[in-house]
Design a protein around this ligand. Sequence first.
Ligand code: CTP
Ligand code: MG
Length: 243
Amino acid sequence: MSPRPVVAIVPAAGSGERLGAGRPKALVPVAGEAMVARAVDGLLGSGSVDEVVVVAPVDHLDAMRAVLPPAVRVVPGGADRIASVALGLAVVDDAEAVLVHDAARCLCPAVVTRAVVDAVRAGHGAVIPALPVADTLRRVDAAGRVVGPVDRTGLLAVQTPQGFARDLLCRAHEAAAASPTASRATDDAGLVEALGGEVVTVAGDPRAFKITTPLDLAMAEALLGAGDVSDGPPLDARTGAPS
Ligand code: CTP
Ligand code: MG
């Protein structure tokens, strides 16, 4: 029997309104290469991912295929990110682990992907990379008036790739689809939490930031201009230095 593959689903079906590039964000070039192609290269280049399913905007399936390796499956996406991931998951038959990784986090270094896969292989059903929150936080009312401080202790900012046992991720998506109003989760780990499942964290990395705005795109291009960002040791979340 051949070993079960590690399969990554890459939600890339968003329109990229905040980036405002006039085309789906995943197709926007970052230093000359489409964001989605960089994200997929990063996953396959980590050595921990065997297969990739890209979830694309329904009217850009061919454009997406044109920038991806032929072995990558491309399927049409849905109305929101959760729906798009569910459509990707529907074509994943058997897997040792399923990763879900935003196309928009296209500079995620290999070390993060490997840590997530290793944690799923070690028996954790749901794994997220996460970083300490750097900014001071305040809770405000509808008018923007500060109503109180927020204790940062125990707060982490969550990244992707998130990793799951396939059956657990399927059950989490089935439950969310059955009661769409009950869940306000915006990521897959949130759906697992809603089921009462345990989610563990591994170290995230500043380079796994999400490209959302034109400033983020400029930062990604500056990083690429500074050299190879996808490999090497993790960066310390506090100092930004190799650890
Ligand atoms: N995504 C998706 N299907 C959707 C919406 C989002 O697959 N219906 C994907 C995006 O392509 C992206 C990831 O989910 O890779 C994170 O979403 P986000 O950064 O919000 O991207 P967009 O929705 O494209 O951007 P915006 O919200 O600015 O329109
Ligand atoms: Mg969005």
